[in-house]
Ligand binder design. Structure first.
Ligand code: ATP
Ligand code: MG
Length: 861
């Protein structure tokens, strides 16, 4: 109950009054009247309120004492009080029946409901009750007006309420400059406070400021101002008005400072919040304006577009869910947030992938054959494989329902729709361009990425989105570029992947190329699965050995080997020449190449498995002719074998002549090597000198090749007698075996018989027949074992002009792969022992007067 009036500030009073309109109506005029020092009769007509003049108090009098809880009542002020205790109500009733006067004394212990005399301050105020109002809850509300200060001398009665003998204490009201100055300061501070505290009614403030009597000023302001009970009591107890003003001024100043500081804190907090919210409000405003105009703001327009794109992208459930989820996040973010851009880019990626874009395959086999033939000469095997693939697709498509009805039981296996072909072969044989042609034949789109130099798994599979600047990997990028989910996808140069500490790009590729996994390829950036199973993957490589075995396993290897001279000329006539003529701005009637000229370019100006240099040389001729025509020197050029050097300079290769020159000396034999560039011939040279260092090997030979050389030497030593080599020869002589031709590392066992031949040739001083090339592994006991790469090796020998090849017997079957022309023009000698090799390879003993090595060797023998 509000009976306990803890010390109230003006705000509390106002609040209290607001609760009760009638009470307020009564009190306001009363307060004004007091403030305006309205004297005389109280004009209030309330029947309960007794009326009469304010009697003048004698110096000493006996008077009922009403203890106050938490408040002090001052003379010359009006104060509302609430009384609830029965004894206090009784007191009020008795006082009303007498002269309406009572003593009001504050309790030192406001927490006590019923204080004892010793709990009360001595000094209080004599007041008269002006108005009384009985509330429905039984409490009584009073308006009292303070009259004079008093001091309690002694309590003469405690029951039913306190009665005390009191003396009136006069006020000391000095009128000095100091009081005047203090009073002015007090007014100013009060005004300042009133301005900061909105709840003080302005008209009351005006009345207070108009008070001239310093004493009334002190009491009135102290009555309104929130302060501690001790301060309030002190203001009452101080005798001098100057001191009272000092005290009050200190309180007001402190209060004003606190209020001001509070306001500053509030202002600062507000301005910070305002700054933060300013942009927000502006945006909201902009949104409102835009929506008024029927436009979308930037963000919601973007979100709308994205939503439309998501709906239109034809994504699978998982991707769509993810996209919508991210879209929701986007909608909640402010457009300026860094993450906003990240999510938007992500959604751009998601929505621009060809989730459901698919081109219909052209399954007309006849037409496909036509396209393949039109683009490439030869390559029959490859073309056949492509046509088979198309035939299978065609069957599956046509018989779909019937096939489904009869599907095999093992449901755990995916139907392998895509195929992964791997074209392996030397450079320039048309692997890459075949891929393009296949796409054209099938009516699919074509996309190609090169894996050369790719060393990071992330290049294949992307970076997680948490990385700054993350992107999808190359697979997904290429698919977006091509715009369909079933393109012919060429992974070029898969053998040039780099393996180092950056992670394993091959394992990422495995996932791409494994039909069991690639229906659910997960790019790190996208996070959601993309189905790669409709993609026709084609990989290319020069060297099968460089492809990690697990990858190799998943691909269908299709060898594309080098071309023979005749094939090259056909390719040149059908494809390269017309293309170069066109590319160099010529008309076909302005330049002709004779077949002989093309043969010569292929033979004497290039030495390669493919046709890239051939095309380049043809291009060079075309450029020269274009210049002649442009300069008006001619209108037509006929290129023949004879005038070729006018265009291309001196020939670079001389065929068998060159070879014959080198093997004229005993101790040199020609081997055949396989290289990623398609095979080559290999000279093996042996020489001897007096000494006891034994056997030296040079020419950057790999370990296997070195062992193979040791085996060859042991074989030769074990047969020394057979060839008439003295017993002690190997103790007195150093032998050096060298394999020149670049510093290209050479390895493998296939030079075994060549090294044995070179050694025997050296020791018997019989040169090797110049037209013979050989390949085969040798055992210690002189057996010849089969080797790989026969086709490329023989093509290389053919290019170099060799006509006879010594081969292990067990490689005979490999000859089937050779083009007719090669098989027909070359002689093959199949052997099972090294003895047969030596017999076939060595020419009759011959003398070379111009050969110093041979002579020197003889001298020291
Ligand atoms: N059989 C062919 N018929 C017509 N043109 C051919 C044939 N073989 C190769 N070419 C042409 O030779 C050029 C080189 O071919 P391509 O670039 O496809 O070689 P590649 O096998 O991919 O070589 P690399 O291993 O160096 O990448 C292309 O212009 C291609 O059209
Ligand atoms: Mg290529």
């Amino acid at each position: 109950m509000p009976a306990s009036r803890w010390h109230m500030g003006w705000e509390d009073i106002m609040h209290w009054l607001e609760e009760d309109a009638a009470w307020q109506e009564a009190i306001m005029p009363f307060l004004h009247r007091i403030l305006n020092r309205t004297k005389g009769e109280d004009q209030d007509n309330a029947s309960e309120t007794p009326q009469g003049p304010e009697p003048q108090a004698p110096e000493i009098l006996e008077i009922p004492i009403l203890p106050l809880r938490g408040t002090v009542v001052y003379p010359q002020t009006g104060t509302p009080l609430t009384v609830g205790l029965p004894r206090s109500i009784r007191l009020v009733d008795d006082v009303l029946a007498n002269d309406r006067r009572l003593g009001l004394v504050a309790s030192k212990k406001p927490e006590l409901e019923d204080p004892a005399p010793e709990d009360l301050y001595d000094i209080g105020t004599i007041a008269s009750i002006h108005r009384l109002f009985r509330a429905p809850d039984g409490t009584v509300r009073l308006l009292v007006q303070g009259q004079q200060r008093m001091r309690v001398l002694e309590y003469i009665q405690t029951e039913p309420y306190f009665v005390a003998r009191v003396e009136v204490i006069p006020e000391a009201t000095e009128h000095s400059l100091e009081t005047e100055a203090l009073a002015r300061n007090v007014r100013e501070q009060f005004q300042a406070i009133a301005e900061m505290v909105a709840s003080i009614p302005k008209e009351l403030v005006a009345s207070v400021l108009a008070l001239e009597d310093p004493l009334q000023l002190v009491y009135t302001i102290a009555n309104f101002q929130r302060m501690s009970l001790e301060d309030a009591q002190e203001i009452l107890a101080l005798d001098s008005v100057t001191e009272k003003l000092h005290k009050l001024l200190a309180i007001l100043t402190h209060e004003a400072e606190v209020l001001e500081l509070g306001q500053k804190i509030q202002d600062k907090a507000r301005s910070e919040i305002e700054k933060m919210q300013r942009e927000y409000f502006l945006r909201e405003q902009m949104k409102a304006i835009q929506s008024e105009l029927g436009e979308d703001d930037e963000q919601s327009a973007e979100i709308k577009t994205l939503r439309r794109k998501i709906e239109a992208a034809g994504m699978p459930e998982e991707a769509k869910e993810q996209a919508l989820h991210e879209l929701e996040r986007l909608a909640r973010l402010p457009i300026a947030a860094a993450e906003y851009g990240v999510i938007r880019t992500y959604l751009d990626w998601l929505t621009s992938l060809p989730w459901s874009e698919i081109t219909a395959d052209d399954l007309d086999l006849a037409r496909a054959q036509e396209v393949l033939d039109k683009d490439h000469y030869g390559l029959e095997e490859v073309k056949e494989r492509i046509l088979e693939y198309l035939a299978v697709r065609k069957m599956r498509q046509e018989r779909r329902e019937a096939l489904e009805a009869r599907a095999p039981e093992d449901a755990i296996r995916h139907d392998r729709e895509g195929a992964i072909l791997c074209f392996v072969g030397p450079p320039g044989v048309g692997k890459t361009s075949l891929g393009r042609s296949i796409a054209r034949a099938m009516g699919r789109k074509f996309v190609r990425i090169s894996l050369g130099g790719v060393r990071d798994e992330a290049e294949i599979r992307g970076h997680r989105r948490t990385y700054i600047g993350a992107m999808p990997g190359r697979i997904i990028q290429a698919l977006r570029r091509v715009g369909t989910r079933n393109p012919v996808f060429m992974l070029d140069e898969i053998d040039k992947l780099v393996f180092d500490f950056h992670g394993d790009p091959a394992s990422a590729l495995l996932e791409v190329l494994d039909p069991e996994q690639n229906t659910e390829f997960r790019d790190h950036y996208l996070e959601v699965a993309f189905d790669l199973s409709q993609v026709l993957f084609i990989t290319t490589a020069n060297d099968l050995d460089n492809i990690p075995a697990p990858l190799r396993d998943r691909m269908e290897i299709i060898p594309v080997s080098g071309y023979t001279e005749n094939e090259k000329v056909e390719i040149a006539k059908g494809y390269l020449v017309p293309r170069q003529i066109h590319e160099n701005g010529l008309f076909p009637e302005e330049i002709t190449f004779t077949d002989e000229a093309l043969h010569t370019i292929a033979r004497a100006y290039t030495r390669e498995a493919g046709v890239r240099n051939l095309e380049r040389q043809i291009g060079k001729v075309c450029r020269k002719v274009a210049r002649q025509i442009a300069e008006g020197k001619t209108t037509h050029a006929q290129i023949t074998a004879d005038n070729l050097s006018d265009y291309l300079g001196r020939p670079r290769y001389y065929g068998l002549e060159e070879v014959a020159h080198r093997v004229a000396i005993p101790g040199v034999a020609i081997g055949l090597a396989w290289t990623p560039a398609g095979g080559d011939i290999l000279f093996v040279e042996a020489t001897k000198m007096p000494g006891s260092k034994g056997f030296t090997l040079t020419g950057s030979l790999g370990e296997v090749m070195q062992e193979s050389a040791q085996a060859a030497l042991s074989y030769v030593r074990s047969r020394a007698a057979q060839w008439g080599i003295p017993e002690d020869f190997f103790e007195k002589t150093d032998i050096h075996l060298h394999v020149p031709a670049g510093a290209q590392p050479k390895d493998g066992p296939s030079a075994g018989i060549t090294m044995a031949t070179a050694l025997v040739s050296l020791l018997t001083e019989q040169p090797v027949k110049p037209e013979i090339g050989m390949t085969g592994e040798i055992t210690l006991r002189g057996q010849v074992l089969p080797v790989g790469g026969i086709k490329e090796k023989i093509l290389a020998a053919h290019r170099a002009g060799l006509t006879t090849i010594i081969l292990p017997q067990r490689n005979q079957a490999d000859l089937e792969d050779l083009p007719e022309q090669v098989r027909e023009t070359m002689r093959f000698i199949f052997v099972t022992t090294a003895d047969e090799v030596i017999q076939a390879a060595l020419a009759a003993p011959s003398q070379h007067p111009d050969d110093e090595n041979a002579q020197g060797a003889k001298r020291h023998a």
